[in-house]
Design a binder for this molecule. Structure first.
Ligand SMILES: Cc1ncc(C[n+]2csc(CCOP(=O)(O)OP(=O)(O)O)c2C)c(N)n1
Length: 293
C-alpha cells in the first residue's frame, strides 16, 4: 500500500500546470452548479468532490485526444465513469477539454439533449465510451477493455472512476478478482472516497472505511491520495503508471460538495438541485475563469 503523504514528489512537465488545473476546476465547479440548477435535478455533491481529480486526469494525465477520439481508438487511453450519476462533472470536463461545445452544457437532462442524467452512448456524445448509471458495472467493462488493449499489444491504459457507496455492489469485487487473476496492470481504477453515499455516511450503511485494506487483500496495488491536492493527485497517477504486474486502485480522499460551503461534507447534496438563490450563493464562492457557457 502506498500513502502519498510519504512518497517522493515529482515534477510535472508539459501538461497543465497546477495553477491552470485550479482555474479549470473552478470553472468546472461553476458549470456543475449552474447545470444542475437549470435542470432542477441532478447530482452536484459527488461531482463537486471529484472535480479536482477528473480535471487533472483530462488535462494532465490521460493520453486521449478530443480531435481524434472514437470509442474504438486503439492508440488512446480510455476513461470509464462507473459512478454514472457523476455525469455533471464528466460533461463539464469533457466540454472544457474540447470534446463538444460548452454551450451544450445548458441542455443537461432536457428532452433531446445528448447530456442525459446519466451518460449514454446512443446519443453520440463525444468522449463517452460506455453508458452508466446502474452502479457497479463500469469496473468490469474497464477491466475487459484494458485486457483487450494488452492483447492488442498497445501500452494504453484504462482509467475507471468508482464511488465508495458504489463499492457496496458485489460486481465491483468480482471485477477486482478477475483483473488480478488476468494481471490487468494497465487498469488504473480510482475511487471517490468521500465517505458518503445517497443515504448517509458509508460507515453507517455497510462499514466501508477500510477500503484500502480491502483492495490490498484482493491483490491490487493500492495508493491513497488527497483528492483536493493537485500535487498529490499527479503523484498518485504517476505512481500508478510506474507500477507493473497488478491492477491499481487509487483511493482519493475527497469531500463531497467541495468548494461550496453549504454543500460541503454532507450527503444531503448527493442528488438535489440548488434553488436560484443557493446557486447565486454558490457561484460567489467559485471564480469564473474560462467564461460561463
Ligand atoms: C444498481 C444501482 N443501485 C442503486 C442506485 C441508486 N444510487 C445512485 S447513486 C447511489 C449512491 C452512490 O454512492 P457513491 O458511489 O458514494 O456516490 P456519492 O454519493 O459519493 O456521489 C445510489 C445508491 C443506482 N444508480 N444503481
Amino acid at each position: 500500500m502506498y500513502d502519498l503523504k510519504t512518497t517522493e514528489r515529482h515534477n510535472i512537465s508539459n501538461m497543465a500546470t497546477i495553477e491552470e488545473l485550479k482555474r479549470i476546476s473552478s470553472q468546472v465547479r461553476r458549470d456543475i452548479v449552474r447545470m444542475v440548477t437549470t435542470a432542477k435535478s441532478g447530482h452536484p455533491g459527488g461531482s463537486l468532490g471529484i472535480t479536482d481529480v477528473l480535471t487533472t486526469l483530462y488535462f494532465s494525465e490521460m493520453k486521449q485526444d478530443p480531435k481524434t477520439w472514437t470509442r474504438q481508438a486503439k492508440d488512446q487511453d480510455v476513461f470509464i465513469l462507473s459512478a454514472g450519476h457523476l455525469a455533471p462533472v464528466y460533461y463539464s470536463v469533457l466540454a472544457r477539454a474540447g470534446y463538444f461545445p460548452v454551450s451544450e452544457l445548458g441542455t443537461l437532462r432536457k428532452f433531446g439533449s445528448r447530456l442525459q442524467g446519466h451518460p449514454s452512448v446512443s446519443d453520440g456524445l463525444p468522449g463517452v465510451t460506455k453508458p452508466s448509471g446502474s452502479l457497479g458495472q463500469g469496473l468490469s467493462v474497464a477491466a475487459g477493455i484494458a485486457l483487450g488493449k494488452k492483447m492488442d499489444g498497445t501500452d494504453r491504459r484504462v482509467y475507471c472512476l468508482c464511488g465508495d457507496g458504489e463499492s457496496e455492489e458485489g460486481q465491483i469485487w468480482e471485477a477486482g478478482m478477475w483483473a488480478v487473476h488476468h494481471k490487468v496492470d494497465n487498469l488504473v481504477a480510482f475511487t471517490d472516497w468521500n465517505g458518503q453515499q445517497i443515504d448517509g455516511p458509508t460507515r453507517t450503511i455497510t462499514g466501508l472505511e477500510e477500503l484500502n485494506e480491502k483492495w490490498a487483500a484482493f491483490g491490487w496495488d493500492v495508493i491513497v491520495a488527497d483528492g483536493h491536492d493537485y500535487q498529490s493527485i499527479l503523484d498518485a497517477f504517476k505512481l500508478a503508471r510506474n507500477l507493473n504486474g497488478k491492477p491499481k486502485m487509487i483511493l482519493f480522499k475527497t469531500e463531497m460538495g467541495h468548494g461550496v460551503d453549504f454543500m460541503a461534507g454532507t450527503h444531503e447534496w448527493h442528488g438535489k438541485a440548488p434553488s436560484a438563490e443557493q446557486c447565486e450563493a454558490a457561484l460567489k464562492q467559485l471564480p469564473e475563469t474560462l467564461g460561463d457557457y
